[in-house]
Design a protein around this ligand. Sequence first.
Ligand SMILES: Cc1cc2nc3c(=O)[nH]c(=O)nc-3n(C[C@H](O)[C@H](O)[C@H](O)COP(=O)(O)OP(=O)(O)OC[C@H]3O[C@@H](n4cnc5c(N)ncnc54)[C@H](O)[C@@H]3O)c2cc1C
Length: 326
Amino acid sequence: MRMNVAVIGAGLAGAAAARVLKANGHDVSLFDKGRGVGGRMSSRRAQTPAGALRFNHGAQYVTAQSDSFTALLTDAAAAGAAQTWDGRLVSIDRGGNQADLRGGGRWIGMPSMNGLVKHALAGLNIHTQRRATKLIGEPGSWTIKFEDGSSEGPFERIALTLPPEQLIDFLARSDGDFAPLIAAAKHVEIAPCWTVMAALDQPFDPGFDGAKLLGGAVRWMALTATTAPVGVVLQASPDWSTAFLEDEPESVAKALCEEVFVRFGMPEPVWRTAHRWRYAMVTEAVGSPTQIDDSGSVGVAGDWRLGGKAESAWLSGEALGKALSG
Ligand SMILES: Cc1cc2nc3c(=O)[nH]c(=O)nc-3n(C[C@H](O)[C@H](O)[C@H](O)COP(=O)(O)OP(=O)(O)OC[C@H]3O[C@@H](n4cnc5c(N)ncnc54)[C@H](O)[C@@H]3O)c2cc1C
């Protein structure tokens, strides 16, 4: 039976759920509160005094173990929307000791990370700048209410791929009994991450393209190039991000840039900004890919079900798409 299905959230989990639902013959509409798609795989273009730059301010690269995520990456690479990342990746400890970052098989979206999500969403019916606030109605006939007062529906099935805090709010306001879904989401722990984007108008080569740093405020540092204009991304550690969560973006940008000046001699940026991911990295996941309400009409997915990686989001979304398709 062909059904009218809504997917809320157009990140990787939403993309995976929507693709499975569409492949099973359903009419699928996606809604996202963002100006663009991608969620935590977002990218930002900036006109800086050093020149135009593109920053990946969420996920830096992805890895794949499953056949399904590998297939997405291979397919995206063939379409020019992804490629393997062979950059110089290192880890540097408190004492300055440097080692190659372990592991391999790293992929990036092209021309930036959200190119991968856009590829996964190709051909789907997507509505951005639509912040969903609640469901009204009953199983099999749900209407979605949006922050701007508009509504969409009726939908027979609803796929929710919001991060846990937003999901709990959404379900608590909705008609229906979603207590088991809320209870599972409440167990999840998700840390914030302050991210700084900076532009340099002179060459800078600290000897790596990406580095996991231990022992300071900055946990990850990546460069878009070593010749000007150089774009630099700095991600603060979960502990530091939590401690300074309510600070002003400029004071965060200043603190993190000063740290990498002291550590690596990074020149003074000619442009910088900070983005606060209030819910960034899942540190404690539910442990199962998806969950459906008692009526079988509303289900949830996201990286927070399986662990905080892009691949977890993808696999969770696929499981939700399958569960709602039947
Ligand atoms: C700084 C940072 C670095 C990371 N680094 C890596 C990495 O290197 N490798 C890796 O594998 N993973 C990394 N991750 C994790 C990875 O980005 C996530 O696991 C993955 O993108 C999560 O996808 P998702 O679809 O579950 O959630 P999201 O991408 O968060 O998608 C949820 C979507 O729901 C939308 N939404 C929320 N509320 C509403 C609402 N009320 N109405 C409508 N839409 C709504 C949001 O706008 C968003 O687009 C990183 C994450 C961050 C933040």
